[in-house]
Design a protein around this ligand. Sequence first.
Ligand SMILES: C[S@@+](CC[C@H](N)C(=O)[O-])C[C@H]1O[C@@H](n2cnc3c(N)ncnc32)[C@H](O)[C@@H]1O
Length: 180
Amino acid sequence: MPKVVVLRWGHRPRRDARLTTHVALTARALGASGLILANIEDEKIKETIEKVTKNWGGPFFFEMGTPWKEAVKDWKAKGGIVVHLTAYGENIQTSDMLQRIKESGKDILVIVGSQKVPREFFSEAFSDFNVAVGNQPHSECASLAVFLDRLFEGEELKKSFENAKVRIIPQKRGKKIASL
Ligand SMILES: C[S@@+](CC[C@H](N)C(=O)[O-])C[C@H]1O[C@@H](n2cnc3c(N)ncnc32)[C@H](O)[C@@H]1O
């Protein structure tokens, strides 16, 4: 399985706090190894995500403040590819782009926006693939979830997390949590 890291661009403190937290939780729960909050620092979100990882397991890293161009450059220098999730991209259902991504066998940096993203994101210099989860505008959280689930073909949902303090015991009804 390729290593996947999510780069969250355009976070607006306060306004995007809940959504960025959900992007990070989705990334962690659906098989990504970490999230980079580009260009900006938000201690509250870092604290929340690190607390979740401490209790529910990892590994999952949260990095913040890294300029996005630097993050992309580093990733490419290490041999990884960059996937930009955008409603304007190649449709994940009607094109063969997902197959091409999988066949590359390379680690993947997934960029999700919030507000309107810079034009450069679409260019060959930055994104290897512009991927649309349907060509309708919706949400960074939804597009990330669908992309990861299709990339990992559902296997990520069986993943067990390391060093967890608690784990949910699935039930038909009610809630059961085991302390480990
Ligand atoms: C709420 S949208 C805002 C997009 C912004 N209005 C623009 O034109 O770039 C925030 C992010 O959700 C993701 N997104 C929204 N719809 C998408 C889709 N259909 N496919 C893939 N990603 C999508 C993209 O990463 C986008 O940057």
